[in-house]
Design a protein around this ligand. Sequence first.
Ligand code: ADP
Length: 362
Amino acid sequence: DFPCFSAMPWFGMDIGGSLCKLVYFEPKDIPKCESTSEVETLRNIRRYLTKNSAYGKTGHRDTHLQMDNVVIRGILGTLHFIRFPTSEMKNFLALARYKGMATLVTTVCATGGGAYKFEEDFKREVNMKLAKFDEFDSLLKGLQYIDKNNHTECYYWANPTDESKCAKVNYDFSSPYPFLIVNIGSGVSVLAVYSATNYKRISGTSIGGGTFLGLCCLLTGCNTFEEAIELAAEGDHTHVDKLVKDIYGGDYERFGLPGDLVASSFGQMNSLERRSKVSRQDLARATLVTITNNIGSIARMCAMQERIDRVVFIGNFLRVNPIAMKLLAYAMDYWSKGTMKALFLEHEGYFGAVGCLLQFHE
Ligand code: ADP
């Protein structure tokens, strides 16, 4: 017996400071309990979502993350992963309305700050009630569920500093506790997770993915995250930063500080001459390295304080961003003298939205 499909919470939403993450569960078999007009609308919406991978100008479906044949509350189906900028919420609601959402009696599971900020708009524009859930509860539930359903979810970077030997390696995360989560979104939150239900938020920093993108736009004139990452990939941060060897002429041997280590992020940029030689690419790379190393350093201090050696980095800052992942992998390993491990997850930004969908009870 299927519960009525229209009563099914087929969406989970995580409305963050930068991006809205939308997870859509498409059941394999559709039960027959709706009225005919509802069936029609549902079919249209399903077709629209699953046949396209771009929605309007700014909505995207991450088809490479799609999960087939998963079971949610006893129902077999497919999970689809969709994102759009939170700044486009008005357009998203207009589109949802145009597709007939307002005619369906629906409750959507939502988390993130936007679940509060946009609650009234959802009600007014598309007649949707939001079932709100805590973002960290959701994040953990989603993470546990996805890791259980995808055996290649968790990985680490082997040889992160050697381009020719560097590789993603699958990591068995089936007995994960305790571990640290470093969620790099617009800002950063650090959670210590001791068991499936026992966790606390131990730290955070406002210097996160939003800071990277904001500073990069200011310094290079770029306009998108993708553009910022492309620029960074072609830049050299040592044209911008002051290194140990710029100060010592080589290593600072007594305290084991290698010459190539950044001593002062952006420390060369006080010089007019240096500024005139620096490229947009260099500035983008230096911004990326500065923000990433700062987060890595906070992560390591948190792990040390909690005596935890596995640190899972997630959040959309890591999207299409192998430079940051490899930097984090290297820094965690190097500064902990090999005692700590940086781990990554394929569905990096979507755990909140998934966990939210899983928590729904009528
Ligand atoms: P939040 O919930 O705060 O929106 P996310 O985990 O979604 O956090 O991460 C947002 C960050 O992801 C941005 O600050 C930016 O660094 C990065 N990012 C990745 N892809 C995009 C994109 N297409 N548009 C904007 N930011 C992106």
